[in-house]
Design a protein around this ligand. Structure first.
Ligand code: MRU
Length: 349
């Protein structure tokens, strides 16, 4: 077992989160005691990464429910509606947020007519189950995906799909960890991931902490590394996978997929099945979050662009399914044609 601190832990009625905006210079744990604090932590990216957002939101529901524990049933249901609404409005792209909120809603629906206190207790259990399942799922993704990293490979990743983006272990970085634990020798290249720098701040931090051989590059170096023969596989996370396999992930992922295809390099997405959204036919329907211009014009509070310049800051892009070699999930590597294989895989859970 690793001695890593989990990204989020539920202790004595509070949610403790590693504040990811402070890493890598400061390791700080923040406590949320209200659902509003949870919503704010997601919105401001103290906690980020699709599975971590989902599990955090589930505990946000719990904190809201605890606040209304003494309410009459009708008041409780009304308050919970508002709480679900507020948590759902935090970030639009990662479907795991809505998936986790749906699971929590189902608990309440299944207990209509029972005491409010019993519903609250059941919500606590469900949130803890979501968090624990996530750890187990990531371990399975790691075990399934480890063989795609062969001896001597250069592995390129973007953003942070690591322990910090999940409850523990990670998805894309879970595959890296599992290959490393299996004794495979390889080298990771982590792209810094402008503008929020999840690759430089978070993935590089996790790799250094685990002593996994790695090199930090800026995003625009990826093509040149591939041309030099230094990358044998690309592995990225996902925020939402549409029914046809189109995949939304951190901005820059699509560029890497195009580059990988050009150089004949396999391109894998690693994600739990909770990231698959069969309700959306294609990536065209995935809502793409746009974040503040300041993330682009400023670096650590310092302006790097002239005042008055127009800015476009989409936080995610969509990689078309035809550029994806396989989707590494907890039930196996899903291969094209994804329209059939995704439905089959989701049906197995
Ligand atoms: O904006 P972020 O940091 O929440 O974006 C995170 C990503 O794009 C990750 O690659 C994705 O959520 C998968 S995390 C296992």
């Amino acid at each position: 077992m690793s001695d890593r601190v989990r990204t989020l832990v539920w202790v004595d009625g509070r949610l403790k989160l590693i504040d990811q905006t402070k890493l890598p210079t400061t390791f700080e744990v923040v406590e949320c005691t209200t659902y509003q604090e949870v919503a704010d932590a997601i919105r401001t990216m103290k906690v980020r990464g699709a599975p971590a957002i989902g599990a955090t939101a589930a505990f946000g529901v719990v904190l809201g429910a605890l606040e209304h524990r003494q309410d009459a049933p009708s008041d409780f249901l009304l308050a919970m509606d508002m709480i679900f609404h507020e948590l759902a409005a935090t970030r639009p792209t990662a479907v795991n947020l809505f998936w986790a909120l749906e699971r929590m809603k189902k608990v309440i629906l299944a207990m209509q007519g029972e005491a409010v206190t019993s519903m609250v207790d059941a919500l606590v259990v469900e949130a803890e189950t979501i968090a624990n399942e996530d750890v187990d799922t990531c371990r399975r993704i790691g075990a399934v995906g480890a063989p795609v990293i062969t001896r001597g490979a250069g592995v390129l990743t973007i953003c942070n799909a690591g322990a910090l983006a999940t409850v523990d272990y990670g998805t894309a970085l879970g595959v890296v960890r599992a290959a490393f634990e299996a004794g495979t020798e390889f080298h990771v290249y982590t792209a810094e991931t402008r503008p929020f720098l999840q690759g430089a701040r978070l993935t590089a931090w996790e790799l250094v902490e685990d002593n996994i051989p790695a090199t930090l590059i800026t995003d625009n170096m990826a093509g040149w590394l591939m041309a030099q023969g230094r990358i044998q596989v690309v592995i990225v996370g996902a925020d939402r996978i549409a029914a046809n396999g189109d995949t939304a992930n951190k901005i820059g992922t699509y560029t890497f997929a195009i580059l990988a295809q050009h150089h004949g390099i396999p391109f894998y997405v690693a994600a739990p099945l909770s990231t698959v959204d069969l309700a959306l036919a294609s990536g065209k329907e995935i809502p793409i979050e746009e974040r503040s211009a300041k993330e682009v014009t400023h670096v650590f509070g310092q302006p790097i662009a002239p005042e008055g310049i127009d800015v476009y800051n989409p936080a995610f892009d969509v990689t078309p399914a035809h550029l994806i070699t396989g989707i590494i999930t907890e039930v196996g590597i899903i291969r094209p044609p994804f329209a059939a294989s995704l439905v089959q895989a989701v049906g197995r859970t």
